[in-house]
Write a protein that binds this ligand. Sequence first.
Ligand SMILES: NC(=O)c1ccc[n+]([C@@H]2O[C@H](COP(=O)([O-])OP(=O)(O)OC[C@H]3O[C@@H](n4cnc5c(N)ncnc54)[C@H](OP(=O)(O)O)[C@@H]3O)[C@@H](O)[C@H]2O)c1
Length: 294
Amino acid sequence: MTIYAVTGASGHLGRLTVQDLLARGVPGSDVVAVVRTWAKAADLAERGVQVREADYSRPETLRAALAGVERLLLVSSSVTGQRVTHHSNVILAAKAAGTSRVAYTSMLNADSSTSPLAGEDRDTEQVLRESEVPFTVLRNSYYTEGYTDQLGQYLEAGEIVGAAGTGRISAAPRRDYAAAAARALLADEGANRTYELGGPAFDLSEFARVVTEVTGTRVSYRDLPAEEYASWVQRGGLDQATAQFVAALDAAVARGDLETTSGDLPQLLKRPAAALSEVVAAAYDAVLNATSKE
Ligand SMILES: NC(=O)c1ccc[n+]([C@@H]2O[C@H](COP(=O)([O-])OP(=O)(O)OC[C@H]3O[C@@H](n4cnc5c(N)ncnc54)[C@H](OP(=O)(O)O)[C@@H]3O)[C@@H](O)[C@H]2O)c1
């Protein structure tokens, strides 16, 4: 009997990973869902999962939550600027608990990426290596949902605006990254490995073409220089610093930082990652459902 734990289990990726472990036959009693607020994971508790409360910024809560945990998935923190501290707290607590392996959701190409988000992932990987706890690094590319969640707006505007140029993005839906994380946790031979995980690559012009084909509504991609894109984002209501951050993320895409030719994702999944058209079609169904309820 191995005890698995997943942090961020009240969030999208963590919850999907817990559900995937259960679907693969791991008994709920062998899975610990680490959350800040118990009630947010009540549905998992109903399925027999051990729900334990902890906060990345409070080490004493982490030590208690990770007691007896053998394999841990550390889902990266969403608090930019505090992520290395948060992750270090979890890694140290896992070490103190005698956890035999920590898997961490890092960023694709973390060691070379120029994305403004990559530094914290690079530093976390370093903390992980120095901790001497056996580790698995899951370097995820973008979630396709980062684009498809805005499908309704794209259809309304008839365009997608960005500064990603012809940079290709090896995106995959969260459920594929979650399934890969579950498989990596379950695999006995997965220690001290780094996986570069991404789905079939597309650039934003291709994405617009797929949106047009799937929905029957013409959508095109309008590429702007990064500074102009930042101003465009700011006009949409974001403050200057956030708009520049958003534009810098796209500039990293333009430089190819979110693309990989690695076959690690299909290899872990033992099937191809979801096709872009499939993910867009599911998102379009959601848009149509939401519209019919209005
Ligand atoms: N690859 C990509 O495209 C991409 C895109 C966005 C984010 N990410 C990264 O991937 C992670 C998972 O993505 P997601 O979509 O699942 O995010 P999400 O739905 O926002 O979930 C984030 C999870 O982190 C938890 N959390 C936040 N601060 C915490 C703290 N101080 N202590 C303990 N738990 C805390 C949240 O708990 P609560 O429910 O209590 O808030 C939630 O469970 C993100 O956190 C981010 O680092 C990647």
